[in-house]
Write a protein that binds this ligand. Sequence first.
Ligand code: GLP
Length: 252
Amino acid sequence: MTTSTAPLPIQACSPAEAAREVAREIAALIRERRAAGRMAVLCLPTGRTPLGVYDELVRMQRDEGLDFANVTTFNLDEFLGLPPEHPQSFRRYMRERFFSRIGLEPAHTWIPSGDVAPAQIAAHCAEYEREIADAGGLDYALLGIGRNGHIGFNEPGSARDSRTREVRLHDVTRADAARAFGGLEFVPERAITMGVATILGARRVRVLAFGADKREILRRTLEDAPGPQVPATFLRGHSDVRLLADGVALGR
Ligand code: GLP
């Protein structure tokens, strides 16, 4: 795939509307796959942005009988140096905010390991790519966007053809995480992230962005020449991508 200057399709909506729309799409995918006797393979993010989607999917299970038995999930990223029980680990975030609430089988939830031994990191990343491929590839990638334009932890400088790998976190990413960690000195310096090419391999990609904090980076994502300086620009040109953003983030 070549880098594209195609526009990013935009759906202007409130955070609540975006959560309902994305949850509806995911539910339809799960049901369609179940009817075909197949798993639905989701790529999931952390952060504040997707919480409404997780809440809505929990509600759909409770009120509409949405069944997650045929769902496999792959998370985008994890901080290195954190054990799974660390309050800021993405493993713990996912368990508390989503997986345990819907009773998802732990064997169906993949997240890069935050406490893999340094010598094993490269093999662990290659294994993550293999597991995604063995699952049949990602059906639906849900993404947030960092204030520096990162997707997952694909920080500025990440290549279009990057795969799951160890990365050094960008200063803006660490500063944004500092409050949750109780100080910048406690924020890990490194992480494992799915690569840009891994994410772009998803059959459908949905990006969420809300609030004034995301206005400037959305403007650049939509207008800059695609390139590694703003990794989210690589989403333009995907054959089935949509940005769901509120008016504040869109500067309207
Ligand atoms: C995090 C994650 C990203 C996420 C982004 C935005 O650090 N690695 O996957 O999309 O930063 O976070 P938030 O949704 O809290 O703005």
